[in-house]
Design a protein around this ligand. Structure first.
Ligand SMILES: Nc1ncnc2c1ncn2[C@@H]1O[C@H](COP(=O)(O)OP(=O)(O)OP(=O)(O)O)[C@@H](O)[C@H]1O
Length: 315
């Protein structure tokens, strides 16, 4: 593999919500790297912690322990004003539900400009307007839509407005949190293709959060599978799909595709029985089973996984 530049590094991330009796460990010792130019997928069922990781990188959720580095520099804790401004511009997020994530009372022009205004990232009024027009055109919308309100648009158009809002900042890294799962099935491919094209044109790096495995397989280069706040497996996406090792990944992959994603999630929960793990007896570590293919396992499980891997390989 050629030399890859690490853009984002998540190191032993722990995110804890609440205190005392209400303490809840949402993210537990999660580490991974995202290379510049790639699409890194995070998959797992609802509540596994995907969004929490995205929000920690966005600095919306506080980091309890560990570190997040961007270009090798700290994102969390005390940072300089200049660095704060730079990452506010360079790291953008696209949200799941375009019905909830756009300010209903604001015109599209303001919705798209807000980040520019906050970071004073335009020369003058004409420049601001030009940036908004370009952003709309880049997501396949008419520039004159800028004078309209969100309710005048369909779900797919609204999501494209959400994408324009990120794009106008000229970001380097975009966290897309289930960007198509709230959309009508008939337009999902359209929006997915738009995201893929924008990546090419703008040299973007994506963190793509999803529970839909066919989407992940289509758009990501590498994928991490997250279960109850821990990454259980991480590999190049094709490797993960053709040679899954961890029982949870296997359960996830064998779940019968369901048109209703919520049903699919429930099925995974039924199929995967975590009590088969001996995590409580012996704590697992993150082990590289083959190049770039990591699995969370303790010694006993490791032996089992090794055997199953050999069987797959020799098939
Ligand atoms: N602010 C918060 N306070 C308390 N608990 C929280 C908070 N935010 C998230 N959680 C909990 O942390 C866990 C992980 O949530 P998260 O939203 O990251 O999951 P997810 O994998 O993104 O799921 P989904 O697909 O439903 O968005 C959940 O159990 C959730 O209830």
């Amino acid at each position: 593999m050629s030399h890859k530049e690490v853009l984002v590094e998540v190191k032993n991330l722990k995110v804890v919500f609440g205190k005392g009796k209400n303490k809840f460990i949402a993210i537990d010792d999660v580490s991974f790297e995202i290379f510049k130019g790639e699409t890194f997928g995070l998959v797992g069922e609802s509540g596994s912690g995907k969004t929490t990781i995205g929000r920690a990188i966005m600095r919306i959720n506080e980091v309890t322990e560990g570190q997040i580095l961007y270009h090798g520099k700290k994102l969390n804790g005390k940072i300089s004003k200049e660095w704060d401004r730079e990452i506010t511009q360079k790291i953008q997020m696209i949200f799941q539900d375009p019905m909830a994530s756009l300010n209903e009372r604001a015109k599209v022009d303001y919705i798209i400009s807000e980040g520019l205004i906050n970071t004073k990232n335009f020369k003058n009024e004409a420049d601001r307007q030009q940036k908004v027009r370009n952003a709309l055109l880049n997501v396949g919308l008419l520039p004159e839509f800028s004078s309209r309100f969100p309710h005048e648009f369909s779900g797919g158009q609204r999501q494209r407005i959400g994408i324009a809002r990120a794009l106008v900042m000229e970001p380097e890294f975009i966290i897309a949190d289930e960007p198509i799962s709230a959309l009508d099935v008939s337009i999902r491919a359209q929006v997915l293709n738009l995201l893929a094209n924008l990546q090419q044109q703008n040299d973007l790096t994506y963190l793509f959060i999803a529970h839909d495995l066919s989407v992940v397989r289509f758009i990501t280069d590498r994928t991490a599978v997250i279960y109850k706040g821990k990454i259980v497996e991480l590999a190049e996406t094709e490797k993960l799909f053709t040679n899954p090792i961890h029982p949870y990944t296997r359960a996830l992959l064998s779940a019968v595709p369901e048109p209703n994603p919520y049903k699919e999630r429930d099925k995974v929960v039924e199929i995967y029985d975590p009590s088969q793990h001996s995590y409580d007896i012996q704590p697992p570590s993150f082990i590289e089973m083959e190049e770039g293919h990591f699995v969370l396992a303790n010694e006993e499980e490791l032996e089992r996984y090794r055997t199953s891997l050999k069987m797959e390989v020799s098939k």
